[in-house]
Ligand binder design. Structure first.
Ligand SMILES: Cc1cc2nc3c(=O)[nH]c(=O)nc-3n(C[C@H](O)[C@H](O)[C@H](O)COP(=O)(O)OP(=O)(O)OC[C@H]3O[C@@H](n4cnc5c(N)ncnc54)[C@H](O)[C@@H]3O)c2cc1C
Length: 394
């Protein structure tokens, strides 16, 4: 046996797993550098976890699956690790924790932790074929253009999902899982901007507004950004994970519900002004211009009845539209769905019917909200598999 454990993918989950594995461990990645998504995440500062992370922030066909790993390796455990490396951090908003400095500090920390366990890292190494001969997993690998045959008792699929193919994302974990009899759930791009074929927001591209956005009964209150191709911003990215083709997204751009009273007051104090001018006290002028054309707002505010003002507010609070699609895997932060959790132990991440085959990170059907949750899942699931593998080797 060449290795006790081979981990395919030197991303967040694979490196975390290697940092907790015992025995001879090899981490393989076809990229030139480890942890590339960590490096670019959070605008280069990596939103590495969330203070409020719990199973409620994840989407999966089995809502209970992620509980075990998340409760055994928590955001506080990751913060302890960060503290050990003296990486400074801050809370930005809604419990989201970012590095004060660079996301590269997180990558360097994980590489150092891997070194501590003696794990080897091969970059520019592409796995061509995987088999199992009854005793070991056998891998045919192209390393720096040369073919190398390897064997290992344990194989960890940590090669992520399909989001951002330009960064090396492949459906590789899905193919290998299928080869070994594991089912896949439907997959689709998530945490992704939504688009309209008519480019209706071209004129207000770059404008953002506080909002509450709902898709399929789930609501997020954060900003919406209008783009030349459609809708983006944190509220839309969150809602995109719940949105399905043909469904409406419903925007409430008066999320505090204060507009009606503000307009009634303005009717008393600024009665001669046009209502669109009054609205620019609450919204960017370009958005008001767009709204005035789309829903026909106009006239002196002093002439508006309570009923007319209420109707306007109702429209702004229930602005329903059906996107044509999304920006797809090209820009999606994550892949929704993946390897079916029914086939995997929630405690060890090992495939129930395939001894020695482990699945972690984004490849599995556990998808976090925006806000550091996806990295927390990578840390927790990587830790669960790494410590379980260690236990079998000791
Ligand atoms: C732009 C962007 C920003 C993000 N920001 C955040 C954030 O701030 N906070 C957060 O929580 N989440 C964020 N995410 C999501 C987060 O990056 C992922 O959920 C997380 O990286 C998943 O970890 P993973 O280890 O499962 O997969 P990955 O990190 O994707 O790692 C998979 C690794 O496998 C390698 N690989 C793929 N196929 C093969 C193959 N066939 N052979 C060998 N190697 C292969 C890849 O090169 C990669 O290194 C962001 C995602 C993107 C795209």
């Amino acid at each position: 046996m060449d290795f006790d454990t081979i981990i395919i993918g030197a991303g967040a989950a694979g490196m975390m797993c290697a940092a907790h594995s015992a025995g001879r461990t090899l981490v393989l990645d076809h990229a030139k550098a480890a942890g590339e998504k960590i490096r670019i995440s959070g605008g280069g500062r990596c939103n590495f976890t969330n203070l409020g992370a719990s199973h409620a922030n994840f989407i999966s066909q089995n809502a209970h699956f992620c509980k075990s790993a998340l409760s055994r390796y928590t955001q506080w455990d990751f913060l302890d690790l960060i503290a050990k490396y003296e990486i400074a951090w801050h809370e930005k908003t809604l419990g989201q924790l970012f590095c004060d400095g660079s996301a590269k500090q997180i990558v360097a920390m994980l590489l150092e932790e891997m070194k501590r366990t003696g794990a080897e890292l091969w970059l520019n190494a592409s796995v061509k074929k995987v088999d199992h001969d009854g005793v070991a997993y056998r891998l045919s690998v192209l390393r720096d253009g040369k073919r190398v045959d390897l064997s290992a008792r344990n194989l960890v699929l940590a090669s992520g999902g399909k989001s951002i193919p330009k960064m090396g994302a492949t459906g590789f974990a899905y193919d290998i899982a299928r080869q070994f009899g594991l089912n896949l759930t439907d997959i689709r791009p998530a945490l992704v901007p939504l688009t309209f074929s008519d480019q209706r927001y071209m004129a207000i591209s770059g404008v953002s507004a506080p909002s509450r956005v709902s898709a399929n009964g789930t609501t997020f209150e954060e900003a919406t950004l209008f783009t030349h191709r459609g809708l983006s911003g944190p509220a839309i990215l969150q809602a995109s994970s719940y949105w399905r083709d043909g469904d409406p997204v419903v925007l409430d751009i008066d999320p505090n519900g204060t507009l009606f009273e503000a307009l009634r007051t303005a009717r008393q104090t600024q009665g001669k002004k046009d209502i669109t001018t009054v609205l620019t006290q609450s919204y960017p002028a370009r958005l008001v211009q767009h709204l005035s054309e789309e829903i026909g707002i106009g006239g002196r505010i002093g002439d508006q009845s309570d009923r007319a003002l209420q109707e306007l507010c109702d429209k702004l609070r229930n602005w329903s539209q059906v996107p044509t699609g999304s920006e797809g895997y090209r820009t999606a932060e994550v892949t929704l769905g993946g390897i079916d959790t029914d086939h995997v132990s929630s405690k060890t991440m090992e495939a129930k019917a395939r001894k020695g085959l482990y699945v972690i990170g984004e490849a599995i059907d556990v998808t976090g909200w925006l806000g550091g949750y996806n990295f927390q899942w990578a840390w927790s699931s990587g830790w669960a598999a790494g410590t379980a593998i260690s236990a079998t080797l000791n």
